[in-house]
Design a protein around this ligand. Structure first.
Ligand code: 5GP
Length: 107
């Protein structure tokens, strides 16, 4: 059965899309820690981020960096932090989280 993220990528479940390329997809988290909290996922269904090939892991981070720069413009903040959790959804993903101050860091 397809993961919830695959169903989002396929357009079966609505989301607020932030960016997309041929391999990766970025959309706002439905339960954001802060405004602009974004998830970056590979279109390939892989359980956990460190199960990706080295090449895809690197490409995912290059894509995430571009998305982070766009988030910084859309949601003024000091920086965009990255977190890898993966407790809830078994489909590899990176959390991109705008941070206002060092004290706002949750991870
Ligand atoms: P994790 O697996 O890293 O613990 O967390 C998964 C993240 O996916 C959570 O932050 C959760 O809010 C988000 N999430 C789960 N289901 C959906 C959904 O249907 N739509 C969106 N936009 N985000 C979701």
């Amino acid at each position: 059965m397809a993961t919830i993220f695959s169903r989002i990528i396929a357009g079966e479940i609505p989301c607020y899309k932030v960016a997309e390329n041929e391999k990766f997809f970025a959309f706002l988290d439905i339960n954001p820690l802060v405004k602009g909290h974004t998830l970056v996922v590979p279109k390939q269904e892989v359980d956990y981020i460190f199960d990706l090939s080295d090449e895809d892991l690197a490409a995912m981070h290059v894509f995430a960096k571009k998305v982070a720069r766009a988030i910084e413009k859309a949601f003024p903040c000091q920086k965009v932090g990255e977190a890898v959790i993966g407790l809830e959804v078994p489909h590899a993903h990176i959390h991109l989280i705008p941070i206002q101050k060092e004290s706002d860091m949750l991870f």
